[in-house]
Design a protein around this ligand. Structure first.
Ligand code: SF4
Length: 356
């Protein structure tokens, strides 16, 4: 009989924290909590993980490193871009591969067949055609990219520098490269090799989305570890009740208007969340604007927006999207109530009634 290791993925959010409390305090199970540091978390979340560690036990922190991949990309850019950038490029479907290779640079002129699955491909995006650059322009763009293809030590930013773009809702490579692959490589794979039965506890709830409602409580993965979702039938109220029962504070971000805790902001941020982040944490918006400048400089078209899924002609960067977050339904006119609220941030506000 194989010995079991229960690995808990913790994010500092309410659900994974409740799962951790439940495992340790209610069930008395020995667990291995793992926190994947994306580099795009709010500093309050880092402090909160430290607090949880004191209350519930040690946490293994994982921080992916893209130094080697960025160096390889810089080599490729130096060698190929001066010529490539001079060529006219027709519009094409661009696949995004899971493998670390310049294959992601190889477009296909045919739209992908959605009925087929393509090994290693996450998604497809239509990239409009463009005219080739002059030799001088190509040389300048290549040099600018090389100057910015340098690791910063921040996993999220380095991933985007390497890819020369931000992830999007369709091509969501952030979750894989910042969480799924690192946790598999650093935790699951070594445990499986040592002969353990690995159970990955995941704090997802059916009420969160129709897709999550279809998930099973337990399933085996092709890689050989088991997934266990103990909170599947829990409500948000149950989750906070578990915190309260055992005297564990929720992440303070829930008392500062945040509906979810994770990347700040997430690429899936909605209008109200962006509004809330921009009025409470303007420094996070400034950080993203600086990231847009760096990633743009490392990209062929010198243009990359953090919210490409929302991209449109009149919204080029995060500041444009913050302005949009202040508008009423339809996105054309400023919302007068939001204009008043922007400068009057309440000390405590919670979407879950935690301030009452
Ligand atoms: S999907 Fe959102 S929360 Fe997840 S890694 Fe990407 S940006 Fe972060």
């Amino acid at each position: 009989m194989k010995q079991t290791v229960n690995v808990l993925t913790v994010s500092g959010g309410k659900d994974s924290t409740a799962m951790w409390i439940c495992a340790v305090k209610e069930l008395g199970i020995e667990v291995l909590p793992v926190f994947c540091d994306t580099g795009n978390e709010h500093h309050i979340t880092y402090q909160y993980i430290n607090y949880l560690e004191k209350e519930l036990g040690p946490v293994k922190r994982i921080k992916p490193d893209f130094t080697e991949r960025i160096a390889k990309k810089a080599e490729y850019v130096r060698k190929h871009w001066p010529k490539k950038l001079q060529q006219d490029v027709p519009g094409c479907w661009m696949p995004t591969f899971e493998l670390d290779s310049e294959e992601a640079e190889m477009p296909t002129s045919e739209p992908p067949d959605p009925s087929k699955s393509y090994r290693g491909v996450y998604g497809w995006e239509w990239v409009p055609g463009r005219k080739g650059m002059t030799p001088e322009e190509a040389e300048a763009a290549t040099q600018r990219a090389i100057d910015h293809l340098k690791p910063t030590g921040n996993p999220f930013l380095d991933l985007c520098i390497w890819k020369s773009r931000f992830p999007s809702t369709k091509v969501r490579f952030c979750t894989q490269y910042l969480k799924a692959y690192p946790i598999f490589d650093e935790v699951y794979a070594p445990l499986l090799e040592q002969g353990y039965h690995v159970v990955s506890w995941q704090g997802v709830r059916a009420a969160e989305s129709p897709a999550r409602a279809k998930l099973q409580e337990r399933e085996m993965t092709p890689e050989g570890y088991e997934i266990y979702r103990p909170l599947l039938q829990w409500s948000a109220r149950d989750v906070f009740a578990m915190h309260k029962k055992h005297g564990i504070e929720p992440n303070p971000l829930y008392l500062q208007g945040m509906g979810r805790v994770g990347c700040m902001p997430c690429i899936n941020v909605n209008k109200d969340e962006l509004f809330e982040i921009s009025r409470r944490f303007p420094e996070e918006i400034e950080r993203i604007a600086e990231w847009e400048r760096i990633v743009s400089a490392a990209s062929k078209l010198q243009n990359s927006s953090f919210l490409p899924a929302l991209a449109s002609d009149d919204k080029k960067n995060i500041y444009d999207w913050v302005e949009w977050s202040k508008t009423a339904h339809g996105g054309k006119q400023y919302d007068l109530i939001k204009a008043i609220e922007f400068d009057n941030v309440p000390v405590c506000s919670s979407q879950y009634g935690l301030c009452e």
